[in-house]
Design a binder for this molecule. Structure first.
Ligand code: SF4
Length: 167
C-alpha cells in the first residue's frame, strides 16, 4: 500500500477565511425546505427527495413547518383562494429566507389563465429562483438549488436581508 507522507517542515497548514464565508457556507449546505406541493409539479419535487436524486446529500431536508424552514419551494398551481395562506406561511419563516418557484404554473400561472389562479407566485411572495418547465424534472430542480447555494454564498451573513421586490 502506498504511504503518503506530509512534510510539516515549513509549519502546520493554515486555512484562512472570514466568519461571513464560513456562516454562509454552513447556511448554503443546510437548507431546510418547506415543501409546498400544490399540484403535479409536487410529484417531481417528491422524486427529488427520494433515493435516486437524494437531496439529503445537499443538506436539503424537507420540513412540514415554516418555522423550521429557510427555503419555500412552491411546486404547482397557486389558486387565489389559497394565496393568503401561502403569504402567511412565508411570513412565519425565520429570516433569512428564500423562495424557489417550481414549474410554469408557479412562475406565471402556466396554462391556467383563469380568474381563480394566481398568475405567478411573485405577486404574493418574492421569488429568488424560477425553475421553468411543465413539470421540471428533478435534475432542473437540483440545479436551481445549486444556483441558490451559490447565491447564498455570495451574500453577506452579517447584513440584514434586503426587502425583496414583488411584481
Ligand atoms: S407546471 Fe405543469 S406539471 Fe407543474 S403544476 Fe402546472 S400543469 Fe402541473
Amino acid at each position: 500500500m502506498a504511504e503518503h507522507q506530509v512534510n510539516y517542515a515549513n509549519g502546520l497548514p493554515v486555512i484562512l477565511t472570514s466568519v461571513d464565508k464560513l456562516v454562509q457556507w454552513g447556511r448554503s449546505n443546510s437548507l431546510w425546505a418547506l415543501s409546498y406541493g400544490l399540484a403535479c409539479c409536487a410529484i417531481e419535487m417528491m422524486a427529488a427527495g427520494g433515493a435516486r436524486y437524494d437531496f439529503d446529500r445537499f443538506g436539503t431536508i424537507f420540513r412540514a413547518s415554516p418555522r423550521h424552514s429557510e427555503v419555500m419551494i412552491i411546486a404547482g398551481t397557486l389558486c387565489k383562494k389559497h394565496a393568503e395562506f401561502t403569504r402567511r406561511l412565508y411570513d412565519q419563516m425565520p429570516d433569512p429566507k428564500w423562495v424557489i418557484s417550481m414549474g410554469s404554473c408557479a412562475n406565471t400561472g402556466g396554462m391556467f389563465n383563469t380568474y381563480s389562479v394566481v398568475q405567478g407566485v411573485d405577486r404574493i411572495i418574492p421569488v429568488d429562483i424560477y425553475v421553468p418547465g411543465c413539470a421540471p424534472r428533478p435534475e432542473s430542480f437540483q440545479f436551481a438549488l445549486m444556483i441558490l447555494q451559490k447565491k447564498i454564498r455570495k451574500e453577506k451573513a452579517s447584513r440584514k436581508q434586503a426587502i425583496k421586490r414583488l411584481i
